[in-house]
Write a new protein. Structure first.
Length: 352
């Protein structure tokens, strides 16, 4: 039985962490010996109680303190394949493999590196410098879209054969009934994600000021901009119309209770929350970002708006909230295109 390792920073609410948590389950079902290695067990929103998966907490928190522990784990287990994701974990994994041979080494880039350059912290920029040197150590590099593949290849001067395009998976959600007969004068919309600069949430609050007074917005997530966003809501007299839910563990339950998911990001890798919304039949209105055009079929399951077109976003939100959608068709379509089984087979082919 081949051993497969997935290495992530934590099992927190991030998109990359969710992807590898799901992929570990696919490989476990396909009779691989699967381990998920993470640095910070304190940041966790995904279950460790998953049959067939060995979860290994290095308890180091920071990548800079994790190298020797990771080398020890890999040296003892001797995995056939290692998957890593995000810049700092890719760098850590690549350095570890100078000391431990791994027959199949696969990285996943989690965002458009040229767009994220405007939002990266000093720490992120530090790790990004090493990508120029260390990404070549990987046998394959997973990009979520063709656009990301082209940008990554050009930025890091990588040969085309190293890069492959695989979208993110979506799991089949538990039964989430939608009350089709529920008619309300209030239009409830929702945004889900980390409260950080690249998510563009101040733009969403600007849109709320332009929407009719019967529109209500729930924002789920935590992050460094929590306090400034709350202050903005107060200063612009939106406190009765905007609610901060903070961390939400059952995102599908939240999404199915709303007319619409709105995403105002400046940049994305491949937005998991769009797939999660569509998987419960909730349409999406999003600014044009990487991956949105792959998941959203305008008029069928949502609308895509050009970046920074605030009035266009407002108009699409109103249009989406005041028309009927075929929720069952939306669910069936996204589960057909992005099911764990389908995407998992694409991951598995990288081991051959």
């Amino acid at each position: 039985m081949k051993k497969v390792f997935f290495i992530v920073g934590s099992l927190g609410a991030g998109g990359s962490e969710r992807v590898y948590w799901l992929m570990s389950q696919y490989f476990a079902q396909e009779n691989y010996e699967v381990s998920v290695v993470f640095l910070d067990g304190n940041d966790r929103c995904f279950s460790l109680d998953v049959p067939g998966i060995n979860f290994i907490d290095l308890k180091t928190v920071k990548a800079s303190k994790s190298l020797f522990k990771l080398i020890g784990v890999l040296r003892k287990a001797k995995p056939f394949a290692v998957f890593s994701t995000t810049d700092h974990i890719n760098v850590l994994t690549a350095i570890a493999t100078f000391f431990v041979r791994v027959p199949r080494l696969i990285a996943r880039v989690s965002n458009n590196p040229s767009q994220m350059a405007n939002f990266n912290s000093a720490k992120a920029r530090f790790y990004n410098r090493f990508n120029h040197l260390l990404l070549r150590r990987f046998d394959k590099i997973i990009c979520q879209t063709q656009q990301m593949r082209a940008v990554t290849a050009a930025l890091y001067n990588l040969p085309d054969e190293k890069l492959t395009v695989i979208p993110n998976p979506v799991s089949i959600p538990d039964h989430h009934p939608r009350d089709q007969n529920k008619i309300m004068a209030t239009q409830h919309i929702v945004a889900v994600g980390r409260l950080s600069a690249e998510k563009g949430l101040f733009r969403l609050l600007d849109v709320m000021r332009l929407l009719p007074s019967n529109y209500r917005l729930n924002i789920a997530g935590e992050g460094p901009l929590m306090v400034p966003l709350i202050q903005y809501v107060s200063e612009h007299e939106l406190t009765t119309r905007v609610t901060f839910l903070r961390k939400v563990l059952n995102v599908p339950d939240l999404l199915v209770q709303h007319k619409l998911l709105v995403m105002t990001s400046f940049t994305e890798g491949f937005p998991n929350v769009i797939l999660e919304a569509l998987a419960v039949g909730t349409p999406v209105v999003a600014f044009e970002v990487n991956g949105a055009d792959v998941a959203i079929k305008p008029g069928f399951n949502g609308y895509i708006v050009k970046q920074d077109d605030i009035e266009g976003l407002r108009d699409c939100i109103i249009q989406a909230c005041n028309r009927s959608w075929d929720h069952e068709a939306i669910k069936a379509d996204v589960l057909d295109r992005f099911s764990l089984q389908h995407v998992g087979q694409m991951f598995e082919q990288l081991l051959n």
